[in-house]
Design a protein around this ligand. Structure first.
Ligand SMILES: [Zn+2]
Length: 207
């Protein structure tokens, strides 16, 4: 089965994708990770993408799609996408070549998303991620693994978050109707414990 998780940052879509991947063995394809992989390995696509980024431009949708396409093609039993498609063009690229069986839309009120993202911390030395709400360190402000100082990314401060959320809703509003036309579309309340949401996802998959 080919599955998409849509959702704003903080909605837990990455966690849900990971849990579902563990349950059924379908690969979890995260676009951000693929991106970083290509750049780190300095592949042709990675270099091209880097070029756009260095010029302060957005990486064009066809490049983004090309980065994940091989992984989708290799996943003959099914795949789980998280963070894709973000734009209308990406949605058309995807649906032109692949069938999507179900799309989960994790809905979260803006205020809750902001609270969750603001609670993110990471270790300044080993880079382990924490969330003060869901997985706090044993000692305030100190990394469990290495004793390093926990810090907040500039990106995770309130004004930056609000801007990202607005941007997300603006683009997603255009992607949703395209997906609705081509696959089963299920809205889920993301303001619930992750195990409850996971159970809900499994029920929908089995329908
Ligand atoms: Zn650390």
């Amino acid at each position: 089965m080919n599955v998409i998780f849509l959702g704003v940052q903080g909605s837990g879509k990455g966690t849900q994708a990971k849990l579902l991947s563990e349950k059924f063995g379908w690969p979890h394809i995260n676009v951000g990770e693929k991106f970083r992989e290509h750049i780190a390995k300095q592949t042709k696509l990675g270099k091209q993408a880097e070029d756009f980024i260095n010029k302060g431009k957005l990486v064009p949708d066809e490049f983004v799609f090309k980065m994940i396409e091989p992984a989708l093609q290799n996943a003959t039993r099914g795949f789980i996408l998280d963070g894709f498609p973000r734009t209308e063009k990406q949605a058309y690229f995807l649906l032109d070549k692949f069938t999507i069986d179900i799309c989960f839309n994790l809905k979260l009120p803006k205020s809750v998303a902001i609270t969750r993202i603001q609670a993110r911390r990471h270790c300044s030395s080993c880079h382990k991620d924490y969330n003060l709400l869901f997985n706090p360190p044993k000692q305030d402000g100190i990394c469990d693994l290495c004793g390093g100082e926990l810090v907040q990314r500039d990106d995770d401060k309130k004004e930056a978050i609000e801007k990202r959320i607005e941007e997300f809703h603006k683009t997603t509003k255009k992607v949703i109707p395209i997906l609705k036309e081509k696959c089963r579309f299920v809205d889920l309340d993301a303001d619930r414990p992750l195990e409850v949401i996971h159970k809900n996802v499994i029920e929908e998959i089995k329908k």
